[in-house]
Design a protein around this ligand. Structure first.
Ligand code: GLA
Length: 743
């Protein structure tokens, strides 16, 4: 059963997942830790010497004269700074003497069942029966530091999880200026990289390109993982596609500044680094103190990009998301943001709730504008007291009325923020992040609270918990609508200002940790100006995250395709919007908006009392559709079939139940194509031996009245199926449901 072994003769660690192996070698008398291999699973530790230890340049004990050559080409497992490895490194310091160099020499290791938690940080988890962990400890004696590298392998997915702990074992203070969480050195091959780039309302668009020489990276210095770039890097063999070829994916379990980089060296080797962005990072470590660098998830697939995707989905569903809702159908909500913006009161909300309840919607979420004197975005963040002018009788009255209508109630808050026009700011101007002597940069008119300060965290928590306890509130949308600037804290000493970015993120985590423990039944949805903090760190606290402020289904297909590259469909907040869409101005069929939202959590964001009668009439059918298919969508294996970003015409994706007895194919004919009927769509992931009943879903049809066919799995996958979409116009969609009785 052992998944991690230590081959004492060759001094090699071998870590196995079901389909991959990862090997590390302790080399030379100095205890260099070298990366040997990461790829398809191997049966033993026997390989040629991939670290090239017997070839020139020789290891230092055999050729001290050319130590520099060794340092500059050896595949280091945790590359250090300033001693001859000129590729980018993972670890640097500023010590008392003013020196920046670091080193790592192996000292000891431990292998054990199960997995450790990371103090104050989100982390994957698993029982002793589910995973095994290796800890390799090394020393940087000149700096008085102990460095521990953690590796956990899960028995049920092709993922290896890495993290790092630095301990000051010396007797002098030291500053950590860079502590990345993972490095993998790949041996000379041609690769493509995949990054997810974006902007507001256009998050996580897939960007694949060939990897040339030099450093290629994405990063954030915005204090959050961001709309713009994503803490993910994919490394693809040239021939890898959706279904075939070798693919590596790295994803950072962190919600603040990051760097994800691939560097192709002079020798064609490729170094992939990931961790906290070292820019503006400087952590003081006193003797006896420890620093934990967050986790990186490494996934290997020899089944193309789709294989990588499904491993991430499985890992996150089983070993990262903790909420009790993760395995449950979420209540179908209606959110009033795009229905009313700030212009609402109790009466308006109740009129929405009444209609929503009659149509089968299950929860009303009241968005921004219910507190302080907030009637636009210029004030009141921090003053989390209900505005009784808008909501007479307060939250309790409103929530009770909504509950009486048979709906649950949810609320929006933006706990990390402070408006200069707020009682909170007037009382505590020093609680905002800012630099004395500079006028802080406003964004959406607001400033950010200094969550590195305990008293600020305490205040924020007090307000959140008071609001939640004031009425029967069952859902919280936790928003974060601006990125950080003016990095200065009135609570930190001058030498600790370089800790603010990371301490801010730790403050967010501490708040959400406490919240989820004190309110275990609360459904938490994270959000950040749309999807700027959609990352594994936040998924540890909330089972769903608002994917984007762009709800136009055509744009959403791109955004959801990029997001689902790593994150399960069950985590993507997705709503049916009004038309013309508020972001793009595009008009699309109501049915199609429903099909696209079905690939996420599913809900509505429109004024249900005002949309056309014909659309209102469709809602009960869409709700039936959600209840019919959500279990499959939430738990199934996801396959990308076609992307209109590539073919410019049509898009399709599929979800298959783990036992292959059921599947749901969604096809959207984005730009009407004549003779679409003649285009066979080849399904994926079915059992070739099984017969499937294929149902052309008609959400309005009586049970048993939908058109069906019976076809074998192999024909469906290799010959394909006609989707039977007519040429009635752009943006037409179709659901096709497959079920096999002979499981
Ligand atoms: C952000 C969110 C929106 C909405 C507004 C309210 O933009 O992404 O969904 O909540 O804030 O101000």
């Amino acid at each position: 059963m052992n998944k991690i072994i230590f081959d004492e003769n060759n001094r090699i660690f071998k870590l196995d997942t079901p389909g991959s192996s990862y090997m590390i070698k302790i080399a030379d008398e100095e205890g260099f830790l070298l990366h040997m291999y990461y790829g398809k699973r191997l049966n033993s530790t026997i390989t040629d010497d991939l670290c090239r230890l017997e070839q020139s340049p020789f290891i230092p004990s055999k050729n001290e004269r050319e130590r520099a050559s060794f340092m500059d080409c050896a595949p280091f497992e945790y590359p250090c700074h300033g001693l001859g490895d000129y590729r980018d490194d993972a670890f640097s310091v500023l010590n008392k003497a003013g020196h920046t160099a670091t080193s790592f020499s192996y000292r000891s290791h431990k292998i054990y069942s199960g997995k450790h938690a990371l103090k104050g940080l989100p982390a994957t988890f698993g029982t002793e029966d589910e995973c095994e962990t290796l800890e390799i400890t090394g020393a940087d004696e000149a700096n008085g530091l102990e460095i521990t590298l953690f590796y956990s392998v899960f028995y049920d997915t092709d993922a290896i999880v890495k993290s790092v702990r630095i301990e000051n074992t010396g007797n002098a203070d030291i500053k950590l200026t860079k502590v990345l969480s993972s490095c993998v050195d790949f041996y000379g091959d041609e690769y493509d990289t995949v990054f997810l780039h974006g902007s507001w309302a256009r998050e996580r668009i897939i960007d694949r390109k060939p990897l040339g020489y030099g450093k290629h990276y994405v990063s954030s210095l915005r204090g959050e993982s961001s709309h713009q770039e994503h803490p993910f890097i994919g490394l693809l063999a040239k021939n890898a596609d959706e279904d075939n070829g070798e693919v590596y994916g790295f994803n950072f379990v962190y919600s603040g500044n990051f760097i994800a980089q691939a560097e192709k060296s002079q020798f064609d080797s490729v170094r992939v680094l990931m961790g906290i962005n070292p820019v503006d990072f400087c952590w003081n470590l006193k003797p006896g103190e420890e620093f934990y660098a967050p986790e990186v998830i490494c996934v290997y697939s020899d089944k193309g990009i789709g294989g990588m995707t499904r491993s991430f989905h499985d890992l996150y569903r089983r070993h990262l998301i903790r909420s009790k809702y993760k395995d449950r159908k979420r209540p179908i909500l209606i959110n009033n943001w795009e229905a009313t913006y700030f212009n609402f009161d109790t009466e308006k909300l109740i009129s929405i709730a009444k209609r929503a309840s009659a149509l089968g919607i299950e929860m009303l979420v009241m968005d921004d504008g219910w507190f302080g004197h907030r009637n636009d975005d210029s004030s009141s963040l921090g003053d989390w007291y209900v505005n009784e002018e808008k909501l007479p009788g307060g939250l309790k009255y409103l929530v009770d009325e909504v509950n009486k209508l048979g709906l649950k109630f949810g609320i929006w808050m933006e706990p990390e923020m402070i408006s200069p026009d707020s009682d909170l700011y007037r009382a505590h101007p020093d609680w905002a992040i800012q630099i004395p002597g500079r006028t802080p940069v406003r964004s959406r008119a607001q400033l950010v609270l200094d969550l590195s300060r305990d008293e600020v965290v305490e205040y924020v928590y007090g307000r959140i918990s008071a609001v939640l306890k004031s009425a029967n509130i069952e859902y919280l949308k936790w928003d974060m609508n601006r990125q950080l600037t003016d990095i200065g804290s009135f609570g930190l000493a001058p030498e600790a200002q370089g800790e603010l970015f990371h301490r801010y993120v730790l403050g967010v985590y501490a708040l959400q940790d406490r919240l989820t423990k004190d309110f275990p039944d609360l459904l938490l949805e994270n959000c950040s100006g749309g999807g700027a903090r959609f990352d594994p760190g936040m998924l540890y606290y909330s089972p769903q995250i608002w994917t984007s402020d762009d709800q136009d289904p055509v744009e959403r297909m791109k955004i959801q395709q990029g997001t689902a590259l790593i994150y399960p469909l069950s985590t993507m907040g997705a709503h049916v919007c009004d038309c013309p869409n508020h972001t793009t101005g595009r008009t699309t069929p109501f049915e199609t908006r429903g099909y696209v939202a079905l690939a996420g959590t599913f809900g509505y964001e429109l004024d249900v009392t005002r949309i056309p009668e014909t659309d209102q009439a469709l809602i009960p059918y869409q709700i039936k559709m959600y209840h019919r298919f959500n279990d499959l969508v939430r738990t199934g294996d996801y396959y990308r079939i076609a992307s209109f970003l590539e073919n410019h015409e049509w898009d399709a994706w599929e979800v298959v139940s783990p036992d292959k007895s059921e599947a749901l194919l969604t096809v959207i004919n984005v730009s009407a194509r004549v003779n679409m009927k003649a285009r066979p769509i080849k399904l994926k992931g079915l059992d070739p031996e099984k017969m499937y009943t294929v149902t052309f879903v008609d959400i309005k049809a009586e049970p048993g009245k939908e058109q069906t066919l019976t076809l074998p799995g192999d024909a469906l996958m290799y010959a394909g199926i006609n989707p039977r979409i007519d040429n009635a116009g752009d943006f037409r969609g179709r659901l096709i449901y497959l079920r096999s009785e002979n499981v």
